[in-house]
Design a protein around this ligand. Structure first.
Ligand SMILES: NC(=O)c1ccc[n+]([C@@H]2O[C@H](COP(=O)([O-])OP(=O)(O)OC[C@H]3O[C@@H](n4cnc5c(N)ncnc54)[C@H](OP(=O)(O)O)[C@@H]3O)[C@@H](O)[C@H]2O)c1
Length: 305
């Protein structure tokens, strides 16, 4: 029964949350639970139609839910900037930023800013979005309950299994000659390192990265489009996997569980559910996290962002 799934979620009235990709999959599972517990939830989505469907489904279950659209295309940095600006005119506070949206193993393509699609959506778009919302997150700390202002980067255990063993490929961030899987793992490693560096630079905000577990969602559309044989192994990969309502547990835990503490846990990587765990060797590399931050800031500034 859905109501018993996530007993660790406290009352969230007065809290404001943004969930990227919050209209579907794990994002939907997160949005509905946060809204159910009283948070005002901004679903950051590139599709108004998909947002409306999600809002309809949430309201059908929880008529009192406060669900709003934040228009955002992470593959377009102008859209990212506009979304952050628009949001800062809507709200005075932001308690939870959940960087959840993602693509997996989509065929090679570059955004108009020249970034490969997986690293662009999964990491660079989220980096800029987070950077632009940091002032608001910091202002919120002054008036919020201790530990309630958080950033959650939804990564994957693919950061360890699929990324190049040496870690971030600074000389070739688009990785055109690597496999789609290596590019996915690389972007997810960037999510882990980003969380680690955020926790170091902004210690008053609780920041986590995590693997949600294997969950049945639309994410497999990517590998099916780039690797048609994936359709055959998909049932095996997803054997016994939960759906997104249950599968959102680790994201929700990272976002709101009072048992995670700033002093002990900030910057941690979580395995489901709520298990503070060591990421890969590269994902634990503080110098790599710092270098990735600098690389990203340079890449954004050189393009006018
Ligand atoms: N499912 C798993 O087993 C699993 C395992 C490990 C990690 N993860 C991670 O979990 C996160 C959520 O994935 P999911 O499994 O819930 O997959 P999903 O159902 O495919 O959801 C992905 C979400 O990302 C959004 N998105 C994609 N490109 C976007 C863009 N350019 N701008 C804004 N939003 C965009 C999608 O929106 P549209 O509907 O508009 O495409 C969708 O809402 C991802 O970061 C993924 O890497 C999932």
């Amino acid at each position: 029964m859905i109501n018993d799934l996530h007993g660790f979620i406290p009352a969230l009235a007065g809290n404001v949350a943004i969930i990227t990709g919050g209209h579907t999959g794990l994002g939907f599972g997160t949005s509905i639970e946060l809204a159910k517990h009283g948070a005002r939830v901004y679903i950051a989505s590139r599709s108004e139609a998909k947002f409306k469907d999600a809002k309809r489904d949430i309201i059908a279950e929880h008529p009192e839910a406060d669900i709003r659209l934040l228009k955002l295309d992470l593959a377009d940095l102008d859209s990212v900037r506009e979304a952050a600006e628009w949001f800062s005119h809507q709200e005075l506070s932001l308690h939870l930023l959940i960087n959840n949206a993602g693509v997996m193993c989509v065929p090679y393509e570059e955004t108009k800013e020249g970034f490969e699609m997986q690293v662009a959506v999964n990491y660079i778009g989220h980096f800029l979005f987070t950077e632009l919302l940091l002032p608001m997150l910091q202002r919120t700390i002054e008036k919020a309950d201790k530990g309630s202002v958080r950033i959650v980067n939804v990564s994957s255990d693919g950061h360890a299994k699929l990324a190049p063993k040496e870690g971030i490929v600074f000389s070739d961030m688009n990785m055109k000659n690597f496999s789609v899987w290596a590019r996915y793992g690389h972007s997810k490693l960037a999510n882990v390192l980003h969380a680690k560096e955020l926790a170091k630079r902004y210690p008053d905000i609780l920041t986590f990265s995590l693997h949600p577990g294997t969950v049945k969602t639309n994410l497999s559309a990517g590998p099916i489009s780039s690797t048609p044989l994936y359709r055959l192994i998909k049932p095996l990969v997803e054997l016994g996997a939960p759906g997104p309502r249950k599968g959102a547990a680790n994201i929700l835990f990272a976002a709101v569980s009072p048992s995670l503490k700033r002093e002990a846990d900030n910057g941690a990587y979580l395995l489901p559910v709520g298990k503070v765990s060591a990421p890969s060797k590269a994902g634990s590399d503080a110098k790599m996290a710092e270098n990735l931050w600098d690389w990203t800031v340079n890449a954004l500034r050189s393009r006018g962002y």
